[in-house]
Write a protein that binds this ligand. Structure first.
Ligand code: PNS
Length: 161
């Protein structure tokens, strides 16, 4: 049986912390579907297409990674994709409550779907896309936090007319 896992998120944009979690997931499962949320209630900096393009360039034809967008319930997307599990990164205790709630709601909807938490390298504990965007918007150094392609895309968003 092929073990398929969904790695869902907003990825606005993908950070080195996300990539660390993705690499760990690739080592554990046969196929990882990076699922980029199309969420009309959020106003992301990057369009879904831009976020997918960035991830595609960064992941670069890794055979066992697929990148897709989804809207609606994650559980339903996971079912359609034939996935048995959902990956979420867990950085710190502060992540726990929200992640715990989401995992339990998803399990309530579909008891066969397991959420697996992976801890990224501790150097990414404090890192998230929001902080990276804030730093980038003020011209701060972000090269330690995002791949070069994402760094360039952020600079373009904030500083080119
Ligand atoms: O990167 P994020 O913003 O922390 O990812 C959140 C995400 C996309 C995993 C979550 O918002 C989600 O699954 N949204 C889809 C709607 C859904 O299924 N909600 C029920 C879960 S409680």
């Amino acid at each position: 049986m092929k073990h398929i896992v969904i790695y869902p998120g907003t990825f606005d944009p993908i950070t080195n912390g996300h990539i660390d979690v993705l690499e760990r997931a690739v080592n554990l499962f046969d196929e990882v579907i990076v699922a980029v949320l199309t969420n009309p209630s959020k106003t992301p900096l990057f369009t879904v297409k831009e976020r997918i393009d960035l991830i595609t360039q960064i992941v670069q034809n890794q055979e066992r990674v697929r990148i897709e967008s989804f809207s609606g319930l994650l559980v339903e997307f996971a079912e359609r994709a034939g996935a048995q599990a959902i990956i979420r990164g867990l950085r710190a205790i502060s992540d726990f409550e929200y992640e715990f709630q989401m995992a339990l709601v998803n399990r309530k909807i579909n008891s066969k779907l397991t959420t697996v938490f992976l801890m990224p390298n501790e150097k990414y504990t404090y890192l998230n896309s929001t902080i990276v965007k804030e730093l980038a918007s003020f011209g701060g150094k972000i090269s330690d936090f995002v791949p070069e392609i994402a760094e360039k895309a952020l600079k373009k968003k904030f500083f080119s007319k």
